[in-house]
Every structure is written in structure tokens, then in C-alpha cells.
Design a protein around this ligand. Structure first.
Ligand code: WTA
Length: 654
């Protein structure tokens, strides 16, 4: 049993009353324009989810139709069983056949500033060549292929080529190092690695190939390494094992018959470590995932043929899989890929990209937004962002203050924001505004997507009344859901399905307000119980961030003799603001004033930055160790910056 129990029923103390109606001009052109249309779709999906998803699926290409839409033997689901399809076909061939061959599929900008436009036809040709090359190397349907590459079009080519031949890909984020590669290759029993000589990050070359070489030493099963030449830096090539991408593809034919994959054939494995424990290989299959990502992308980002859509996530994360590649290309829309860091060469790099490429839809993470906020709005203010029509966020709860900054400084008050809640495990977006219809409240992901049966339950499975916190659960299967943890069906059952029988438990705590809007309160493992009050981390952090001096905050509970737990807050200040004892007092008072005295932090510690996972989530578990014992023993392989931790552990910022 690894799922921690919440200490008590969660309480909510933060009231956010600001509301934003969809801008009228946006609503007028949206896929879903009116409340009546929304209600009809919502009701249809609720009354007959299988019929609903079947209709959605009919918009995609299948070599063979399904026998049944859903077979559900909890916790095992089979969607579109018996059907045959191919995701690379749906992302490429389908659009070329429809006359979109010359349209830009991938708009690429490298960190050094190099720009490339790859059309759907060119992408199809490249994918076919590389798929043929992989087959030539002996890669067969079902073989797991590891991909460890920079954010270049070739990363998309590699992913789509795997999909084309039915070889599940396992993408490892390029920021991970040797042991993370070796562990994942071993767990996936993968014999083939696709990498590059290097990739650009903050003006430096990340030595991807050298990392793979070291991983090969720790992991004998790697027989084949394919190397894309990105940086033209010196790398060692081991004869027999290592092959240059350009040599393999030079002579390969530009046509390749797509594998007719079963809907339930594995499409990819993606490792998630969360914030604790051994990485798990989350398994996704072909048909349901395709339907879910295709439809959610279209409806939530309100995709239109002339969009230039940009999701700033790395393809090493699920957001990159679903909403850089599959969900966007399957809609025939141009997807922008940017290789490098958000602050290279300056803090306006993102806004500069949006201005130059006339980006229309932009999807990023709260951690990035808070970093931009900290540096000040002047970086965005000097760019023309008038091409933007919609903004999105994902990955963490967004504090209302950061939401408002995003809305005003980036969206210039014109763009609806879709705050999308989902997980690696859910495959696609689950809770989100529908941008032309739903009135948004800063900090809330609003309502479940069509056909998604999300609920707030207590540990006995009883649905909670409005505004009472509890477990965020999904009661009915959905097409994009994970199909298991690779090689560990027991862990799959225990981790996600054992809390409440037959119900998916997401590991997040949340509440649903009187309008049916969902508010994520934090990870259940991070809950704090103070003097009998169960608190999610989100609300105290948002209270702190709502102070004009604060850029970012993380709170944890430490044992306290009287209260049970006391709150320790780690706070990063906005650029140019000095940490002083007076400010510390002021922030404590601010929390008391906003939430109540029980939520007042016992301690506030100022810090330059917070320890985060590679995907930008704050690692409260480590902060808790620091606050409790002053040292850190836990697994730190997913830490972004070890220096931060050392500093915190030395208490030198107090
Ligand atoms: C958190 C990312 C609040 C949540 C797609 C979830 C969010 C975890 C939101 C999954 C959001 C993601 N509001 N919290 N809009 N989106 N989360 O697997 O805790 O990297 O369980 O997937 O991120 O993270 P993962």
C-alpha cells in the first residue's frame, strides 16, 4: 500500500471571486460557441459515452473498424477493440492526401536562432525514410525504442517513425543523465537508442551521445545507437553499434507502408517518477489515445487550419507527446518546436518567438509563468503579441496571481486561458475550460471535459458536497487512459485503483465549488494537517504569491508538538526585492489576513529558487526533509538544481 491517506477531510479557505467571460469575438468563431451547444455535447457524452467517443473516432482514419467501442474489466480497459489504425498515417498521410502536403507541419527554431519549416509532405517522406532505416536495423513491431534527443524536428520524425512501424517509443527527456537512461532502457528492455551528437541549451552543447555511451557501459542490452547530427561536435562512433542518422536515411526509400496496428497495440511507454520512488513506465496504446488527444486538442485549443500553435513543453514529457506532436499533427495544424531555454539569450525569448512566428495559440507551464513574472513584465511589454488568440497552462496548479499576470501581460486581456488538468497517466486533458463558452475563474481548471466523469470522493468513495476537499477521482474509463505500468500490473492496480474500488485515483486533492468548477489543492502526499485543519499546499502558496513581493512559494508541514504540524514556507522574491525580517513578518500577516491565523506559516525561508523536477514541479518532499532535519537523504535524480538544495540544507538563506 503506497498511497498515503489524507490526514482528514480537506478544508478550503481561499475564495477567488474574479470571473472572466470568454471574449465575444473569440466565442463568435469558436468550435463550441454557445452554452446550448456546450450543454448538448455535455449531455450527449454523459448519457452515452461510448456512442459519443465512437462518433469522435469516426473522424479519424481506421484500416479496420472496431468490433466494440469499450470492454471494461476494471482496471483494464480496451477501447475500439478489433480496430486497426496507424497514428503516423493519421498525422501525415491523411493530410497529404487531403491536399495539405505543402502546409508547414513543424515550424522549428533552434536555440542558436536557426529556423526550419518542414511541410507535411517533407515530414511524411522523412518519417518513411527513417522508418525504413529502423526496419533495416532489425526493429520489429512491438520492440521498444528509446529516444533521447534535443527538441528538433528529427525527434518528431523518430517518434512518428516508431508509430509507423508499430514499435513503441520510450522518450527520455534530454535533461536526464546517464543513470536515468540506463534505468529506463533496462526497465523497458530496449535494445535500440536514438540520440543526437548534442543539443543546445543555454548556449552550451548538451553531450547527449556521450551520455548514451556511458549508459551503454552500464547496460549491455543496447545493441544499436542511431545518432542524429545536430551540433557537429566530436563524438566517438563505435563500429557495429553506432550509426549516423544521415547515412542510414540517405539511401532509404521515401515510402513506407504503415503497420496496421491494433487499437490496443502499445504506442509508447513514458517513464514518470512523480516526486517519489522508482520510475514507472506508463503504457499507452494506439486507438483510444489517438481519439482522446485529437479531439481534446481541437476543442480545447480551438484549433483552426491557419493556427500557428506552440506548446513549450519538451517532447520528453507527456505534454510534448500529446500536444506538441500527436494531438496537433493529427488535426493537420502547424506545431512550433523550440529547442532551447526560455531565457536564452534573454528573458524575452518566448515573446520574441511569438512575435516573429505570429503564434496564435500558446501552451506553457505555471512554473515558467512565475519565472517570467519574477523577472518583470518589461520583457513581454516590448513585443507585439497581437497574433495570440488563446493561452493555456498545464503541469501544476496555477496561482490566481500568476493566472492574472498571464492574462494581462501576455494575453493583453484579449485571450481566453485554458487551465488544463491532466496527467501522464490520463494521456490527454481531463478537466479544462472550453474556451468559447466557459467563464473562467483564475486558479480553477473549471469543468471536466466531455465524457470525463471526474468527482471529489472521500476515502469511502462518497462524493463530497460543494467546496469540501477530497480525492480527485475518475469514475468511468476514458479513451486515453493508461493501460498499465510496464512489467508491473500489481503496481498499476495498487497505485491507481485500490483506494476506491473500480475508481481511478489521481493522487491529487481537490474541491468542486458550487458551480461545479474543480480547484486542485495539491498532491495528497503533500497535505498538511495543522491544529485539526487539513490543508492543501496550493492555497497557502497562492496566498503568499498574491503578495506583490513574492514570485513563487512552496509550503510544507513539519511536526509540531501542539498543532500537529506547523507550516514552513519557502519563498522566492520578485527580482529587485530584498529579503528582510520586516518583509517576513509582513508575509506572515498577509497569510493570516487572507486565510486565517491557523494557516500562518511558523517559518518563512527566503530562497533564490526552489528545487524542482525536470518538468518544473516543486519538490515539496525534499523541502520537507530540509525543514524537518536540515538535510536531504531522498532520491534526487529528478532535481533540477542540486545547488539549490545544498543552499537550503545549509540554512544559509535564513
Ligand atoms: C499536476 C502533466 C493543477 C497534478 C500533464 C497532476 C495540475 C500532475 C494541472 C501530473 C493543472 C497538472 N492544475 N495541477 N492544470 N496539470 N497538474 O504526469 O498534480 O507530469 O497530478 O502530467 O501535475 O503531472 P504529469
Amino acid at each position: 500500500m503506497t498511497n498515503p491517506q489524507p490526514h482528514t477531510e480537506l478544508e478550503s479557505h481561499l475564495k477567488e471571486t474574479r470571473r472572466f467571460a470568454p471574449p465575444a469575438d473569440f466565442a463568435a468563431q469558436a468550435h463550441v460557441r454557445t452554452q446550448a451547444e456546450y450543454d448538448a455535447l455535455h449531455r450527449r457524452a454523459l448519457d452515452d459515452p461510448e456512442g459519443f467517443w465512437e462518433e469522435v473516432a469516426a473522424g479519424l482514419h481506421w484500416f479496420r473498424k472496431w468490433d466494440r467501442v469499450l470492454e471494461w474489466n476494471p482496471p483494464n480497459a480496451r477501447w475500439f477493440a478489433g480496430a486497426r489504425t496507424n497514428l503516423s498515417y493519421n498525422c501525415l498521410d491523411r493530410h497529404v492526401a487531403a491536399g495539405l502536403g505543402d502546409k508547414t507541419a513543424i515550424l522549428f527554431e533552434g536555440e542558436p536562432g536557426d529556423v526550419r519549416r518542414v511541410t507535411f509532405r517533407e515530414l511524411l517522406d522523412e518519417v518513411c525514410r527513417f522508418a525504413n532505416a529502423l526496419r533495416g536495423l532489425g526493429v520489429k513491431k512491438g520492440d521498444r525504442v528509446t529516444i533521447y534527443m534535443p527538441m528538433t524536428p528529427e525527434l518528431a520524425v523518430a517518434v512518428l517513425a516508431c508509430a509507423r512501424i508499430g514499435a513503441p517509443h520510450s522518450v527520455i527527456f534530454g535533461g536526464f543523465s546517464v543513470q536515468a537512461i540506463a534505468d529506463r532502457v533496462e526497465d523497458a528492455q530496449s535494445n535500440v537508442v536514438i540520440t543526437a551528437d548534442g543539443g543546445y541549451r543555454r548556449g552550451h552543447v548538451v553531450p547527449l551521445k556521450a551520455n548514451v555511451d556511458e549508459a551503454c557501459e552500464r547496460c549491455e542490452r543496447i545493441r544499436t545507437v542511431v545518432v542524429f547530427q545536430r551540433c557537429k561536435c566530436d563524438v566517438a562512433m563505435k563500429p557495429g553499434r553506432d550509426h549516423w542518422w544521415h547515412e542510414l536515411t540517405a539511401g532509404a526509400p521515401a515510402t513506407c507502408e504503415p503497420e496496421h496496428c491494433e487499437a490496443e497495440d502499445m504506442l509508447f511507454l513514458l517513464y514518470t517518477s512523480g516526486t517519489t520512488g522508482k520510475p514507472k513506465g506508463i503504457m499507452h496504446t494506439t486507438g483510444g489515445y489517438m481519439v482522446h488527444t485529437n479531439y481534446t486538442a481541437r476543442m480545447i485549443f480551438d484549433l483552426k487550419p491557419d493556427d500557428v500553435y506552440w506548446c513549450s513543453a519538451d517532447v520528453g514529457w507527456v505534454t510534448g507527446h500529446s500536444y506538441v506532436i500527436y494531438g496537433i499533427l493529427s488535426n493537420g495544424v502547424t506545431t512550433l518546436m523550440y529547442e532551447g531555454a526560455p531565457n536564452h539569450p534573454g528573458w524575452d525569448r518566448f515573446w520574441d518567438i511569438i512575435e516573429r512566428h505570429k503564434v496564435t495559440k500558446f501552451y506553457t507551464a505555471p512554473t515558467a509563468i512565475r519565472a517570467f513574472m519574477r523577472e518583470g513584465r518589461q520583457h513581454a511589454d516590448r513585443h507585439d503579441l497581437s497574433s495570440l488568440k488563446l493561452l493555456g497552462t498545464v503541469g501544476e496548479p496555477i496561482n490566481p496571481e500568476a493566472w492574472l499576470w498571464y492574462h494581462e501581460v501576455i494575453g493583453r486581456g484579449r485571450c481566453p486561458i485554458v487551465d488544463t488538468w491532466w496527467q501522464t497517466e490520463t494521456g490527454g486533458i481531463m478537466i479544462t475550460p472550453i474556451p468559447g463558452v466557459i467563464h473562467t475563474k483564475p486558479g480553477s481548471a473549471t469543468r471536466p471535459f466531455f465524457g470525463i466523469d471526474a468527482a471529489i470522493l472521500n476515502k469511502n468513495g462518497v462524493e463530497q458536497p460543494p467546496n469540501a476537499g477530497g480525492f480527485l477521482c475518475i469514475r468511468k474509463p476514458w479513451p486515453g487512459m493508461l493501460r498499465g505500468v510496464y512489467g508491473d500490473p500489481e503496481r498499476f492496480r495498487r497505485q491507481y485503483w485500490s483506494e476506491i474500488d473500480g475508481v481511478y485515483f489521481a493522487g491529487d486533492s481537490a474541491r468542486r465549488d458550487e458551480d461545479g468548477y474543480f480547484w486542485i489543492m495539491g498532491r495528497v502526499d503533500d497535505m498538511i494537517k495543522v491544529a485539526g485543519h487539513g490543508l492543501g499546499t496550493m492555497e497557502v502558496e497562492s496566498a503568499l504569491v498574491s503578495h506583490s513581493a513574492v514570485a513563487e512559494a512552496a509550503v510544507v508541514g513539519v511536526p509540531h508538538e501542539i498543532k500537529g504540524n506547523a507550516i514552513v514556507a519557502f519563498v522566492t522574491l520578485r527580482s529587485g526585492i530584498e529579503p528582510t525580517p520586516a518583509l517576513r513578518q509582513e508575509l506572515m500577516n498577509h497569510v493570516t489576513h487572507t486565510m486565517g491565523a491557523f494557516a500562518r506559516p511558523e517559518q518563512i525561508r527566503f530562497t533564490q529558487s526552489l528545487p524542482k523536477t525536470r518538468s518544473g514541479k516543486i519538490m515539496r518532499r525534499l523541502l520537507k526533509e530540509v525543514a524537518t532535519s536540515g538535510e536531504v537523504k531522498g532520491d534526487t535524480t529528478t532535481l533540477e538544481d542540486f545547488g539549490v538544495l545544498v543552499k537550503l540544507a545549509q540554512k544559509d538563506e535564513e
